[in-house]
Ligand binder design. Structure first.
Ligand SMILES: Nc1nc2c(ncn2[C@@H]2O[C@H](COP(=O)(O)OP(=O)(O)OP(=O)(O)O)[C@@H](O)[C@H]2O)c(=O)[nH]1
Ligand SMILES: [Zn+2]
Length: 205
């Protein structure tokens, strides 16, 4: 069993910085290299377990994040603005929990404020906080929407995610060019047809 305290948080280290990797993790990567058919002791692969371990800490940095914390700072004074706020085409990366293969896509995140707004970068921070974990796209979509709904308490939240799954393009059914689209509508975007149409039109969906 790996003690969490032994595992350094490599995600924030500058690229190339020497990192201490628990032996158990390095051994697992060496096993995987052998399973793939190569020799983990050959020169080009000797440092690979350390690099892979460090890379996975970075891919999965979301486990060390509480995305809700990004929504704690709000602005009350926004000149009476009471229309939709949309952050469009946010690129993100995740990994599917079935194959640990990359999910690469973009998200549109919108909300209709009630009393206050949030700094717009925070919507992308919430997305990355959940994306940098092992995911299925449906859960990622729901977690982002629920987090904004619960913490900002707006009149509505709409999240649409479009992504390509490497487990479908690079292996398995090997069907490139396919994307998966998921959405979660809450509040007025769920209950009111006109509001939903408006937000989807702004998103270009
Ligand atoms: N619904 C959903 N499915 C996903 C996601 N990411 C990967 N998958 C699918 O998860 C499924 C896992 O199916 P399994 O039959 O258990 O695994 P598998 O034998 O590797 O399946 P194939 O990918 O068809 O070769 C596959 O159909 C994947 O396409 C996701 O985010 N959402
Ligand atoms: Zn997969």
């Amino acid at each position: 069993m790996i003690d969490e305290h032994d595992a350094p948080d490599e995600g924030d280290l500058p690229a190339g910085e020497a990192a201490v990797v628990p032996e158990e993790v390095a051994a697992a990567v060496r096993t995987l290299i052998r399973w793939a058919g190569d020799d983990p002791t050959r020169e080009g692969l000797v440092d690979t377990p350390r690099r892979v371990a460090k890379a996975w800490k970075e891919y999965c940095a979301g486990y060390a994040d509480d995305p809700a914390r990004h929504l704690s700072r709000v602005f009350e004074e926004v000149g009476g603005y009471d229309e939709i706020v949309l952050l469009k085409d946010i690129p993100f990366q995740s990994h599917c929990e079935h194959h640990m293969a990359p999910i690469i896509g973009k998200a549109h995140i919108a909300y209709l404020p009630k009393d206050h707004v949030v700094g717009i970068s925070k919507l992308a921070r919430v997305l990355h906080g959940f994306a940098r974990r092992l995911q299925v796209q449906e859960r990622l979509t729901a977690e982002v929407a629920d987090c904004i709904w619960d913490n900002l308490k707006p009149q509505g939240v709409a999240v649409v995610i479009e992504a390509s799954h490497a487990c479908m393009t690079a292996r398995g059914v090997r069907t490139p060019g396919v994307s998966m689209v998921t959405s979660r509508m809450m509040g007025v975007f769920r209950d009111d047809d006109r509001s939903r149409k408006e937000v989807l039109a702004l998103m270009g969906c």
